[in-house]
Design a protein around this ligand. Structure first.
Ligand SMILES: [Zn+2]
Length: 210
C-alpha cells in the first residue's frame, strides 16, 4: 500500500459517524425526485454546518420518499438536527417533485404526488381519459342502453365532446336544461379521446426529458 492510499484510508476513517451519515445521504441524492433535490442539498449543507464533537455519534438514516414529502431519520433527538429535518419535510411537502415549483399534494390513480399545476394538468387529464375510455369499453358489450348525463362525464373530458353532440334529456337542473349522451354516441368519440391521450403522453415525455 503506498503512502497516498494510506492517507486516503486514514481520512475516511477519521470521519465521525455523523459526517459519514451525511456523506451517505449525499451519495443517495440521485434517488431523490429531481424537483426535491435543491431542498435536499440545502438540508445537507445545513447539517454539515452544525457538525461538532457533541453530534459525532448521531447518525442520519437514508432518505425516505414518502407520498407526502421527503423524510430523513435520526438516531438520537437533537433540536438543531430535528429543526433542519422538519424544514426538509415541510418544504418538500409543498414543492413539486418533478420540477421544483410550488406544488401541492395530488391524487393520481392510486398514488399521491406533490406536483405543481403545470405538471399535474396533463397527467391528470391523461389519467381521466384512460379511466373513462376503459370504463366505456367495459360497458359497451352489455350497456348499449346506458346514458351519460353531462354531470356524469368527468369535468376534464367535457371540452372534448362537441356541444352539438349532446341531446336535451328533458329534465332541468338548477334552471339549466339537462343534456345527455348515450354510450353508443359517446363511443364514437373514443378515437378522439385516445388521440388527445397520446398527445398528452408525448407532451409529458418531452417535458420529462428536458
Ligand atoms: Zn412541477
Amino acid at each position: 500500500m503506498n503512502k497516498s492510499s494510506i492517507k486516503r484510508q486514514s481520512t475516511a476513517d477519521d470521519r465521525s459517524p455523523f459526517e459519514q451519515s451525511i456523506h451517505r445521504l449525499a451519495a443517495r441524492a440521485g434517488d431523490v425526485p429531481i424537483g426535491w433535490r435543491p431542498v435536499y442539498h440545502k438540508a445537507l449543507v445545513a447539517l454539515r454546518a452544525i457538525d461538532c464533537p457533541a453530534r459525532a455519534h448521531i447518525q442520519l438514516t437514508s432518505p425516505r420518499m414518502a407520498d407526502l414529502n421527503l423524510d430523513v431519520g435520526v438516531t438520537k433527538p437533537d433540536s438543531c438536527i430535528d429543526g433542519i429535518l422538519r424544514k426538509l419535510r415541510l418544504r418538500t411537502a409543498c414543492t413539486c417533485e418533478l420540477c421544483g415549483a410550488t406544488g401541492t399534494l395530488r391524487s393520481m390513480d392510486r398514488t399521491l404526488q406533490v406536483m405543481c399545476a403545470e405538471c399535474a394538468a396533463p397527467r391528470l387529464l391523461r389519467f381521466w381519459i384512460s379511466s373513462f375510455v376503459q370504463q366505456m369499453a367495459g360497458a359497451l358489450p352489455s350497456g348499449s342502453r346506458l346514458v351519460y348525463t353531462y354531470d356524469q362525464v368527468p369535468l376534464q373530458l367535457r371540452p372534448l365532446i362537441p356541444a352539438t353532440a349532446w341531446s336535451a334529456s328533458g329534465e332541468s337542473c338548477k334552471g339549466a336544461l339537462a343534456v345527455s349522451l348515450s354510450l353508443i354516441e359517446m363511443a364514437a368519440f373514443q378515437g378522439r379521446f385516445e388521440a388527445v391521450g397520446n398527445s398528452l403522453d408525448l407532451l409529458v415525455a418531452a417535458k420529462d426529458s428536458q
